[in-house]
Ligand binder design. Structure first.
Ligand SMILES: [Cu+2]
Length: 133
């Protein structure tokens, strides 16, 4: 029957659209984006999918908080994220901040880690490069 064939065709073409729109697990920068040129004072926004943001100290599965690593690398899984001027913790569960950086190229690494600041590893990180004008 022609109608059922037509419906099958619609079904086949719709299914991939839904699977593509499903968010990929991991962290990402909402802003800035990789390759952006920015002012010295930068507004940053973070996102995560597949885990929930909770304040530091909360130890439940699939939860944690964001960390921003300036001009560094992702932290190996299970390793505590250092705490200094290059390794910023968002232990209140923040998903945005402002940062002032000197002129030039910088990498920004977003790293998700658990309530005890133990990194979830590179799979839960995202590194972008920006240029401060
Ligand atoms: Cu932390």
């Amino acid at each position: 029957m022609k109608l059922s064939r037509f419906l099958i065709l619609i079904f086949i073409s719709i299914v991939p659209i839904f699977s593509f729109s499903a968010e990929k697990e991991g962290v990402d920068f909402v802003s800035p984006k990789d390759g952006d040129e920015t002012q010295s004072k930068i507004s940053l926004k973070f996102s995560v999918s597949g885990m929930d943001v909770k304040p530091a100290g909360v130890m439940s599965e699939k939860t944690g908080h964001h960390h921003l690593i300036v001009d560094g690398k992702p932290i190996p899984k299970g390793t505590p994220v250092p705490k200094d001027e290059k390794n910023l913790h968002f232990g209140k569960g923040e998903s945005e901040t402002t940062l002032t950086l000197p002129k030039g190229k910088h990498t920004l690494t977003l790293q998700f880690a658990d309530g005890a600041h133990l990194s979830y590893g590179e799979a839960w990180s995202k590194t972008i490069t920006i240029t401060v004008k």
